[in-house]
Ligand binder design. Structure first.
Ligand code: AMP
Length: 262
């Protein structure tokens, strides 16, 4: 059975959302379920830093402060990764693009290879959730597997489930750095969603739901179906859901504004 002409042969997904909203956890899910390579620019930069490359050294001061690395250092970064064989069937960009120039450059590159983006998953969650999730986050450095002391604890305290190697807390997950990162996200990254929305690419994910439900919603969107947590049976139920959603977003907007003005 051939692919329909309108359906791109390569799945190109982007995960957008503030740190700690579960992007890394869902990236693992997507990577395992679909044949997609996972490109996390945060992980790429941490590896550059570990190797002591010029890029790693330049990025270091920004990363430690929780600030975005300047665009001129970032713009070509993911292109080599995308050309790797494991990205042939699909790719998952986690933490990239994060600014408007990054969107423009990425789309230019992808359009030239005829592998445009197919899904932009927007992880929507409250600042309180971001802070709670980020401060409990534990990472296995070499694989990028993430855990959470409360919501997704490892089988053995402080150890990676597969290798038994130690887990760490990232220095930029400290509370004061999280505030800087939230601000950067709100000022520079949130605005890119409007561009993606205009192109009909954005799939809104309620990142406050439990991990399995978030995965189920993403899975549905990957298969071009409505997500199970939002499938209303009747028109009235749909209207109720939409009204609840509007009220929730208004409450969330107020909370974000209050948080960022502190
Ligand atoms: P992450 O692991 O995605 O939270 O990224 C960690 C840090 O790497 C960020 O706080 C930024 O300093 C830097 N970084 C990662 N991705 C980008 C990007 N697309 N643009 C600029 N800086 C980035």
């Amino acid at each position: 059975m051939g692919l329909s002409p309108s359906k791109p042969a390569v799945t190109g997904a982007v995960l957008v959302g503030p740190n700690g909203c579960g992007k890394g956890t869902q990236a693992q899910f997507l990577k395992e379920k679909y044949e997609m390579c996972h490109i996390s620019t945060g992980d790429v930069l941490r590896e550059e830093r570990r190797k002591g490359t010029a890029l790693g050294q330049q990025a270091d001061e920004y990363m430690r402060e929780g600030k975005l690395v300047p665009d001129e250092l970032m713009l070509d970064l993911v292109h080599n990764e995308l050309d790797k064989p494991q990205c042939k069937r699909g790719f998952l960009l986690d933490g990239y693009p994060r600014t408007k120039p990054q969107v423009a450059k990425l789309e230019e590159f992808l359009n030239a290879r005829k592998t445009p983006l197919t899904h932009v998953f927007y992880f929507d969650c409250d600042p309180e959730t971001v802070i709670e999730r980020t401060s409990g986050r534990l990472v296995h450095v070499s694989s990028g597997r993430t855990y959470h002391s409360k919501f997704k604890p490892p089988k053995v305290n402080g150890k990676d489930d597969l290798t038994g190697e130690p887990l760490i807390q990232r220095p930029d997950d400290a509370r004061d750095k999280v505030a800087v990162r939230l601000n950067e996200y709100f000022q520079k990254t949130q605005p890119i969603l409007a561009e993606f929305r205009q192109r009909g690419l954005v799939r809104d994910i309620d990142a406050e739901l439990p991990i399995q439900e978030v995965s189920a919603d993403i899975d549905a969107y990957m298969n071009h179906k409505p997500p199970p947590s939002r499938q209303p049976a009747t028109v009235n139920q749909r209207v109720t859901l939409i009204n609840e959603e509007i009220a929730r977003l208004q409450r969330q907007k107020l909370r974000w504004e209050a948080k960022l003005s502190q």
